[in-house]
Design a protein around this ligand. Sequence first.
Ligand SMILES: Cc1cc2nc3c(=O)[nH]c(=O)nc-3n(C[C@H](O)[C@H](O)[C@H](O)COP(=O)(O)OP(=O)(O)OC[C@H]3O[C@@H](n4cnc5c(N)ncnc54)[C@H](O)[C@@H]3O)c2cc1C
Length: 377
Amino acid sequence: MTTLIESDEHQALRAAVAALGERHGRDHRTGLWAEAGKLGYLGVNLPEEYGGGGGGIADLSIVLEELGAAGCPLLMLIVSPAICGTVIARFGTDEQKRAWLPGLADGSRVMAFGITEPDAGSNSHRITTTARRDGDDWVLTGRKVFVSGVDIADATLVVGRTEDARTGRLKPCLFIVPRDTPGFARHPIDMELRAAEKQFELVLDEVRLPASALVGEQEDAGLLQLFAGLNPERIMTAAFAIGMGRHALARAVAYARERTVWDTPIGAHQAIAHPLAQAHIDLELARLMMQRAAHLYDAGDDTGAGEAANMAKYAAGEACVRAVDQAVHTLGGNGLTREFGLASLITASRVARIAPVSREMILNYISHQTLGLPKSY
Ligand SMILES: Cc1cc2nc3c(=O)[nH]c(=O)nc-3n(C[C@H](O)[C@H](O)[C@H](O)COP(=O)(O)OP(=O)(O)OC[C@H]3O[C@@H](n4cnc5c(N)ncnc54)[C@H](O)[C@@H]3O)c2cc1C
């Protein structure tokens, strides 16, 4: 039942964050991150002993969804507390936990996450960013692309590879790379997105890092660490998409109730009303799957959460794209004006279909893992 009915605490969190979002609104983002951090919302999922709220991804997804529904989503919530915070809380050394978690929890420190590479894309097995040992240090070389928020992040959690001493094969490893480390260059990508967070191409040219930059005690845990971050990332992207879809839908509904060009408001025409009703149903269904994924993840069932998190991300991304499309259409010409603020969501809503894992890669995952169909690639 807990996955179907939200607890009183979750409902209270939802209401409180919604009120904060209302106060800031779409064009008033300055100060939102800091205020949300002070109120404890950015670190709701992180351990209490490091200043977090001691909750889970279910809590953090509520924060992101409600801020998105108010028109002020904080993309870095997906990356900083959800991926990086989770990975460090679960696998970091005591020193890394002490150094990073309190700041990630109150929002005073931010971390970006870089895995995507230009020549690997969806196939992250093919990443070539490589770390080699030099005495006690690590030296990291490679390129990343589309990494969000590197300019505002104190450090980026970079997924690289090291050579396995026994087999000689490359295996994933995660490194904390502070923003101003020599050799760590960032170039903003000219994205067609109206968002506070920018995307960057990163060039790592012989970036020298101390031994303590490697997440965890040992090099062998990299794959586990990576998987630990992926489910929260998908669940949070679902929350991002549902929030944006709700925001667009609410604007369209308000408009359709008022706008009258014949004798009744346009919302009385079923050609307008039904697609909006459908969009609402799709968003609600996506949220149900997101809650299931979050519940499984917070209960420690990483495998069960994997399938649900993928399905939630897929359902939410698709529901968001459809809700935004219908919302824009409902406003007629006004749907494309800057004043009404919906046109830019056409591009923004596509992010949830592409990142962090595309619609097709999720369909592949379900085809192979759930349905047992053969692979084409
Ligand atoms: C706004 C934004 C923010 C982002 N932030 C980050 C970030 O912070 N950190 C980070 O590391 N990355 C980030 N990304 C990158 C994102 O995760 C990638 O764009 C995504 O993983 C897809 O990779 P790609 O762009 O290389 O597409 P490709 O892998 O080149 O895919 C292109 C198309 O081919 C399809 N395709 C590929 N392989 C198959 C297959 N086997 N079967 C069927 N179809 C296939 C895909 O579905 C897609 O439609 C961000 C991207 C965006 C747009």
